[in-house]
Design a protein around this ligand. Sequence first.
Ligand SMILES: Cc1cc2nc3c(=O)[nH]c(=O)nc-3n(C[C@H](O)[C@H](O)[C@H](O)COP(=O)(O)OP(=O)(O)OC[C@H]3O[C@@H](n4cnc5c(N)ncnc54)[C@H](O)[C@@H]3O)c2cc1C
Length: 510
Amino acid sequence: MDRNKYTPRPRTASASARRAAVVGGGVSGLLAAMDLQAAGWQVGVYDAASSWGGCVGVHEVAGLALDSGAESFATRSSAVAELAAEVGLAKNIVAPDPAGAWVWLPDGPVPLPRTGILGIPSDLQAPEVREALGASGLLRAALDAKMPASVGTTEAECSVAELVRARMGRRVLERLVAPVVAGVHSADPEVLDVDMVAPGLRAGIREHGSLVAAVAAQRSAAGHSGSKPGSAVGGLVGGMHTLVAALVARLADTGAALHPGHAVTAIRRAPAGAARHGAGFPSRWTVDWAAGPDTGSDTVELLVVATDGPTAVKLLAPELPELLPFAPAPGPDIRLVTLVVDVPELDSKPRGTGVLVAPQTPGIAAKALTHATAKWQWLADSTGPGTHVLRLSYGRAGTAADAVRLTARPEDERQLVATALADATTLLGVPVTGDDVLGADIVRWKGALPFAAVGHQAKVAQIHALAQRHPGLVLTGGWMSGNGLAAVVAGTRRQVRAVLDSVGDGVSTT
Ligand SMILES: Cc1cc2nc3c(=O)[nH]c(=O)nc-3n(C[C@H](O)[C@H](O)[C@H](O)COP(=O)(O)OP(=O)(O)OC[C@H]3O[C@@H](n4cnc5c(N)ncnc54)[C@H](O)[C@@H]3O)c2cc1C
């Protein structure tokens, strides 16, 4: 990372700075820490894991440093690109290969329409939409433009499936939306809160008269012109984990106290005056931590909890029992199988940047395959011709048990790699065998993706209201802001700004 690119030079907390603690060092926690530090607070960041970044991890496979979790960000807003620029990575922002992805339907593969949001098309005339839906599916989808804007928009809560089925019909739901939702959210659209995963879409229907028009308007607001395919995601040369490295470097530079491998075990409200500069401050919090055999505690005036939802509620419940009814269900158990293979036939990018698999597709256990070396030119440049990186993901929430066993037993993991090779062969139409494998790794993401069941957005609003009754407390992260880096970055900054507005910057007034 080029540290000279930092502009403006952030403020380093002074000796008289007020103190804040951030629990959780995923992107949300690191960003909250960076913004608080820049506002003059002296911040300590605690993460249970030995490495930073949470879902934005890195692993080494066949000598390559690869993203082990998130590998791109949505470009529907500029939040992530702005953050990347702020930490000196502007020149590393890239678009994926324009070839686009495919969707594997029960009757075979078709190109995935590139003009949609969550798989909902913005242009019914696009050839890929026609191919995926067929004549009857298209006719039904076109009714969307003729029905009243009230359809799907008057209910207080609505699932993705209810909205799409009501306005555009079953074929759009099953053949376009379900595979995208499974690939991105590891969830079934029947149970996913549309207002959480596609904020503003229902309001857009009321404004523009139809779902198709609402999708087109959101895309064009994000800079994708009308029905023209534009890249819905961006990436960083070197991988998304370089953003984490840059955030951590920024925090270290500005004097934040970084505590990896420190699991926070309890959060307590501290007695008045316990924080160093706490006299007269409305709230003081003590975090207890454990790092191997060592334990300790830290008392601060401002507390950010940026863990997953179930952990946040568990930690805060002794002091805020009113949070308990809002405890979210744990997210799905996901396995990401990364294969680095020597298969020159894949140089032709047979399925573009990858394939999303429609649920209940016979013979394929994966829910998605990303052909990473086809998607990212910088990665292809680093592997050279003939060598390819494939990422296959397994595990869906809210659906019947998967066809693959997701335990960590070695025999199940060996079986999962074999399944991934078979799935890659089918999905890419090119034999990919054990002999071609230069390296393989399985990463287990347990409960890492927040599960935004119908009604989640209303719950989040109530949780915010609850947290606001405790000045100096911020609850943030994917479970509060929505899944995905774009939502997490924007939400975290909003929440930190709100707390700074209420408690002021970090310069001690005592
Ligand atoms: C496999 C996978 C692929 C993804 N791909 C994409 C993608 O391509 N694009 C995209 O935009 N989004 C993607 N996402 C989603 C995105 O990564 C997340 O929305 C985002 O990174 C969440 O950030 P966060 O900081 O809220 O939470 P997390 O990253 O989950 O961080 C929470 C942190 O809290 C820590 N923690 C938990 N308990 C404690 C405790 N008791 N004490 C201290 N620390 C604790 C954890 O160790 C963790 O580091 C993906 C997610 C996964 C799992």
